[in-house]
Ligand binder design. Structure first.
Ligand code: NDP
Ligand code: MG
Length: 394
């Protein structure tokens, strides 16, 4: 069904998708294509997958297609020859794509590379669908300050945060006692540490419930994803670390919960399909139809929950520690994890080395007070250098 009208005005909503060639990006493209009368596409961006980017741009009649890797500009130009799609390349061009006058920007670049373009969108005061959690982890105070300053609407796309957002009574924040993030536990939920020492990148990216990009799949396997999400939730909902709980819930049916002072606990449920939280952001403040599987609790039968194991999955303890320490600690945590995950995916380090490298980088790099975004960049760069060095010594 086409959406009644997701806008109060009758005109279609204009959208830019940063990272359209990724997992979140492709799901966003899919939803837009199913509702062609409700959206016009202002810009699409990718990093190097020119063939898919060009194909999406033609399919969605995007005005602009941008490839972040400048060496791919000619390929993009060739792929779009004869079309009316404007082309551009490079980091600055991605920021400019985010600055185009779209009503909504889907921020779905992976990693802190998404920070500058996401900020450009926020500074236009538009609706920003936020999948790119790393930008909030690395520079959360600055991002949230810009959201407030420019009156942007930051709508979480991460499924746990979308769930919490949907049941979070913003008018009565003082009645919220705790928020609870659920975690699938990832593909190695039942594995011993000794077994985890030998897992391969292929095993790590094979998530039991969700289909996602490589980096977040590894984050899910190490449970660093939940550590990143804890910091993300802290910024999105202004909750101190000790009022955010994490619960392993292998069925991935309940995505997030909010506990209120009267004892009520509200949650959002759904099949594990990112098109539900993505459609929530795309249609916000209205709901739009999504083709996700319908939830049958009768078929599922049982929902189970337990506390995460801090010994096999040290990431949550580290995330809580960096939130308490503040300053540049979360920036270091994120950067070291990005470096370690890319080395694990490249087969250069083992699975358990990821947490080791993050922990050692946190010990090695001073977590200074961050005064501005240049300080964030500098701390990020120092952490990357230290994590690179630690990775070569593994
Ligand atoms: P993918 O790896 O599938 O896609 C990443 C996208 O970012 C691609 O379009 C890629 O382009 C682009 N990209 C990569 N590096 C750069 C760069 N340096 N500059 C500009 N663009 C770049 O990631 P996901 O879609 O899985 O994840 C995206 C974000 O959403 C992450 O922050 C993740 O944590 C978050 N998220 C993802 C979920 C999921 O289900 N996948 C769930 C919840 C959150 P190219 O394809 O050309 O390489
Ligand atoms: Mg999530």
């Amino acid at each position: 069904m086409a959406i009644e009208s997701i806008n109060s005005e009758a005109s279609p909503r204009s959208v830019a998708i940063l990272g359209s060639t990724g997992s979140i990006g492709c799901n966003t493209v899919d939803l837009i294509q199913r509702n062609p009368d409700d959206f016009v596409v202002e810009a699409l961006t990718g990093n190097s997958n020119v063939a898919l980017l060009a194909e999406q741009a033609v399919r969605l009649r995007s005005k602009l297609a941008v490839v972040a890797d400048p060496s791919r500009l000619e390929d993009l130009r060739d792929a779009l020859a004869g079309s009316s799609v404007e082309v551009a390349a490079g980091r600055q061009a991605v920021i400019e794509a985010a600055s185009r006058p779209a009503d909504l920007v889907m921020a779905s670049i992976v990693g802190v590379a998404g920070l500058a373009p996401t900020l450009a969108a926020i500074r236009r005061g538009c609706i920003v669908g936020l999948a790119n959690k790393e930008c909030l982890v690395s520079a959360g105070d600055f991002v949230m300050a810009e959201v407030a300053r420019h009156g942007a609407n930051l709508i979480p796309v991460d499924s746990e945060h979308s769930a919490i957002y949907q049941v979070f009574e913003t008018e009565r924040v003082s009645s919220v006692e705790r928020i609870i993030l659920t975690a699938s536990g990832g593909p190695f939920r039942e594995m011993s540490k000794a077994e985890m020492a030998h897992v391969t990148p292929e095993q790590a990216v094979a998530h039991p419930n969700w289909s996602m990009g490589a980096k977040i799949s590894v984050d899910s396997a190490t449970m660093f994803n939940k550590g990143l999400e804890l910091i993300e939730a802290h910024h999105l909902f202004s909750m101190p670390e000790d009022r955010i709980d994490v619960l392993v819930h292998p069925q991935s049916v309940i995505h997030g919960l909010v506990a209120y002072e009267d004892g009520s606990v509200l949650s959002q449920m759904g099949a594990p399909d990112m098109r539900t939280p993505i459609s929530y952001a795309l249609g916000w403040p209205n709901r739009m139809a999504a083709p996700s599987a319908r939830l049958s609790l009768e078929e599922i039968g049982q929902l189970t929950f337990y506390a995460p194991d801090p010994d096999r999955f040290p990431s949550l303890k580290l995330a809580r520690q960096v939130l308490r320490n503040g300053g540049g600690a979360p920036t270091i945590f994120n950067a070291a994890n990005e470096v370690a995950v890319s080395h694990f995916l490249g087969g250069r380090i083992g699975f358990l080395d990821i947490a080791e490298i993050v922990e050692q980088t946190l010990e090695k790099v001073p977590s200074r007070r961050l005064e501005n975004l240049d300080d964030v960049d500098q701390t990020d760069a120092e952490a990357r250098e230290a994590a690179e060095e630690l990775s070569t010594n593994c």
